[in-house]
Design a protein around this ligand. Structure first.
Ligand code: FO1
Length: 325
């Protein structure tokens, strides 16, 4: 039976954008709202950069660089080469087309626009018809606490230092008095909402900042709809990014069931379902024991069809909360 309600998807960067694309191919534009993490946002070279929002936006607009998963396809690098010659900072690679997005965003910010308004304008120009919004329009920054007592801004940890520092924990500065963006709270309170999907993004630095925003967990639980997360770990590996390395450094097994345990213990009562890859089928029992309805399927999204098939599986979780369909 085709899914007729509305879907709210919570996404970080690359992994989240893949599932968001799959969902966008199944659902009508007005059925899908994607809320992106903004804890990775930072000011770099004087420019306001929102990596997770841009990754989802470029993916839904089909202008994304499909090799690396961020930035635009068909890029030229004249700006960066010229900056290099001047001795500027080039560790964060900004293509010429991508640069225009950051300059546009910065100019709008300086003109008093909110990140939500700017994202709406960018999506309109790029032809993205689904609703895409930041988790908040307030400043929230993910900080990485390293085992040797340092604190790193997220992009310094992730890009400049290649995720090498050993993590001890994370902080989301500013989150205590940040409010959900209008689109976010509207999507949660929409009477037509039938499912919340937590995309296969990094649980600690992409999903946690969104769920920790004041009021998010309670307002989602009040809706009594399925809340389904897709494991970002397959057979002990993260498909992309440092999730498995972080789990090891945090003393957790690098398994899909350890991700489920993290979500259940950190966000008690929020999740109702969990999707794992066929390679992790042997963990179904442990995950069901956590009270999560579990689906085993292919979660490795290599092709567009993989993205669509996974989205289809996730949407099959609809129906009343806690029911074992
Ligand atoms: N990630 C990298 O590993 N290296 C880069 O040089 C890089 C540049 C970049 C530029 C724009 C953008 O929107 C994202 C960019 N990313 C880069 C990815 C970004 O750091 C991550 O996607 C997120 O912050 C984590 O999901």
């Amino acid at each position: 039976m085709p899914f007729s309600g509305k879907c709210l998807a919570i996404s970080g960067g690359v992994g989240g954008a893949k599932l968001a694309l799959g969902l966008s191919r199944i659902l009508a534009p007005e059925q899908l709202t994607v809320i992106a993490n903004t804890g990775d946002d930072f000011i770099h070279l004087g420019l306001a950069i929102s990596p997770d929002l841009d990754t989802v936006m470029y993916t839904l607009a089909d202008v994304d660089n499909k090799e690396v998963g961020w930035g635009q396809s068909g890029e030229s690098w004249n700006f960066l080469e010229a900056l290099e010659r001047l001795g500027g900072e080039t560790w964060f690679r900004l293509g010429d087309r991508d640069l225009a997005t950051h300059i546009f965003r910065t100019q709008k910010y300086l003109g008093g626009s909110s990140l939500s308004e700017i994202t709406r304008e960018l999506c309109l120009t790029l032809g993205v018809r689904q609703k895409l919004a930041p988790m908040t329009d307030d400043k929230v920054s993910t900080v990485v606490n390293t085992r040797d007592g340092k604190t790193l801004s997220f992009q310094h940890y992730f890009v400049r230092d290649h995720c090498e520092p050993v993590v001890a924990g994370f902080e989301f500065t500013g989150i205590g008095n940040a409010s959900m963006s209008e689109e976010f709270s509207r999507a949660i309170t929409d009477p037509a909402l039938e499912i919340v999907v937590i995309c296969p993004s990094n649980p600690f630095v992409s999903v946690a900042p969104v769920l920790r925003l004041p009021g998010v967990q309670d307002s989602i639980m009040e809706r009594n709809v399925p809340v389904v997360a897709v494991s970002p770990i397959i057979a002990g590996q993260a498909i992309k990014g440092p999730a498995a390395k972080m789990m090891r450094e945090l003393g957790k097994p690098q398994t899909a069931s350890a991700v489920a345990e993290y979500y259940v213990s950190e966000f008690r009562g929020l999740l109702t379902g969990f999707v794992i890859d066929s390679q992790d089928e042997n963990q179904t029992g442990a995950i069901r024991a956590l009270g999560l309805e579990t689906i085993v399927t292919n979660t490795l999204m290599l092709t567009l069809q993989d993205r669509i098939d996974l989205a289809d599986q996730v949407l099959a979780f609809t129906g009343p909360r806690g029911g074992t369909q």
